[in-house]
Design a protein around this ligand. Sequence first.
Ligand code: ZN
Length: 283
Amino acid sequence: MNSELNEEAVEMNEDDDEDEEEPKERDDDGDDGEEGFSVLSDLPVEMSERRPTCRRCCRPVKVCLCPYLPPHPLDVSTCLYIVQHPAEESRVLRTVPLLAACLPPGKCRVFIGRRFSEERYPELAAVCRDPRSLLLYPGATADNLEDLSTDFTATPHNVILIDGTWSQAKDMFLRNALLRLPRQVQLRSAPSSQYVIRTQPTNMCVSTLECAAVTLSIMEKNHSIQEVLLKPLQALCSFQLQHGAQIHHSKEHLIKNGQYNKIMPKNKRKIRRMQKLISNQNI
Ligand SMILES: [Zn+2]
């Protein structure tokens, strides 16, 4: 059994209640938890233990997913701009590098941070002010992408996605005025997540890669884009499941089946709120 794979699976299992955190006030420089980090960062680092990483898919070489990537980048006219919470960048399992590896250079730009000001991010600011830009973020003011009459293949558009947990994305949307400038869209027919190894807060919540795959398929009028983009994600999940990871149902599924309290005794108040929400939806 490959211990490296097991190690990855364990690391991944440990982070799955990350979005349990109640949304809280943070400093603009994002230094929450810095004290703990500085203690960890004082520990000596064994350079020889660093695992070699594939430059294309950003995965450890032994579990490289490049064989599942398309031989040539997908020909798309839409440009993706991903605003990524800093915690996503350090995750063991990240889907954005896989997405970027499937697209032509320059069609998937990533901006890492919590706060995006006009001054510090002029390129992102210009995209947010561009009338051909859409922000993919669900909400009462969002239009369904599938219902828009615009021919996105005639005029190339930009799509901005927020990459983070549910609460991180919400925080970033609410606190960045720039992100509220573009037309807000959502997916009416979001698929049930295939990303089964990371607990999703609700059944409707999918990974950034899955959102991008569906969005590009709609905008480029080409369903095969979705299949090509989801292939490395399916391979990633299957690798992990073969090496000890467990299928994680969404929290919504666990709550409905009365399994949530047992595995995560903390945050009972939040669980009660979600139970109430779900029972209200079922009436
Ligand atoms: Zn690779």
